[in-house]
Write a protein that binds this ligand. Structure first.
Ligand code: R5P
Length: 281
């Protein structure tokens, strides 16, 4: 049975369809003081697959409650799927005194799960932070689905960390070149993109990344592509966080379309990661 977090209802329903499993009813509530309370009125008697993206702190608490409710009901096996794992980008000490938030979250989640799956985490090594078996799901290939009729395409990663995603999308599309830019991050909202010798003039460019958060990285990359006379520029990412004014930033930079998956349920979540998760279950 699939048990959904409140941020993953569309994906959970799709996963239920793809796998032929049933979907548990979950009640998401709050006490008058604002504290969260979830309830699974008819808990499964066999394996439960909890599907819960954690883009907010409340979503993390909700997930811990869901796992605990299932344990309390005697569910013998809990597999927790984190389509989008929040706090995963704080995966090391960047400045003295920093927490390793990804590790703190992973340890807490491990207390209520027998196995964990995360979809395209920023660093695959985040799985090492869990105290239970943890694997990554690579859903990047799904991003090729909405792409069609590209002219001499180049799949460009805005930094070298996303080259693998660009290659996966290119392979799934069935042709084209790949390249990447050099990125320096000055703050959570300020990045500098150093174009390499990417040959993009007159070609369609598909920018690919794991996540678009504030859109600063992608907007800088679009500027660099414009300066090099790229034809159409499309943005794809696994996790369309699209915080603050990211959509406006990208649209005014001249992006033709933004495509993401349903790890985060947004208007641009054109493709589902459900088949990729189903393969790993
Ligand atoms: C970092 O290296 C990630 O892959 C993304 O490029 C980054 O998190 C995107 O953040 P933003 O949209 O805020 O620039």
């Amino acid at each position: 049975m699939i048990v959904s977090g409140s941020h993953s209802q569309i994906l959970s329903a799709e996963l239920a369809t793809v796998t032929g499993r049933s979907l548990a009813t979950v009640e998401y509530d709050r006490f008058p003081d604002g504290e969260l309370k979830v309830r699974v009125p008819d808990p499964p008697t066999e394996r439960a697959i909890v599907v819960a993206s954690t883009p907010t702190s409340d979503a993390h608490l909700e997930l811990l409650q869901l796992q605990d409710a299932l344990r309390e009901a005697g569910v013998p096996e809990i597999v927790t799927v984190l389509p989008y794992m929040g706090y995963a980008r704080q995966d090391k000490v960047f400045e003295t005194g920093d927490p390793i938030s990804a590790r703190a979250m992973a340890r807490a989640i491990s207390t209520g799960a027998d196995r964990v799956l995360t979809v395209n985490p920023h660093e695959p090594a985040v799985t090492d932070f869990f105290d239970v078996p943890a694997d990554t799901v690579d859903a990047a290939g799904r991003l090729a689905e909405p792409l069609s009729d590209l002219s001499d395409p180049v799949f460009v990663a805005p930094d070298d960390g996303a080259v693998g995603i660009a290659e996966t999308v290119r392979d799934a599309y069935g042709g084209g070149a790949t390249d990447y830019f050099e990125k320096t991050r000055h703050s959570s909202t300020e990045v500098e993109i150093e174009p390499r010798d990417a040959d993009v003039a007159g070609r369609d460019v598909v920018l690919t990344d794991d996540i678009v958060a504030t859109g600063s990285t992608m907007a800088e990359a679009v500027d660099a592509l414009d300066a090099r006379d790229a034809a159409r520029v499309l943005v794809t990412c696994v996790h369309p966080m699209l915080a603050r004014n990211a959509v406006l930033k990208l649209s005014s930079a001249g992006v033709e379309a933004i495509y993401g998956t349903d790890t985060l349920e947004r208007a641009v979540s054109e493709v589902s990661v459900a088949p990729a998760i189903a393969e790993m279950l």
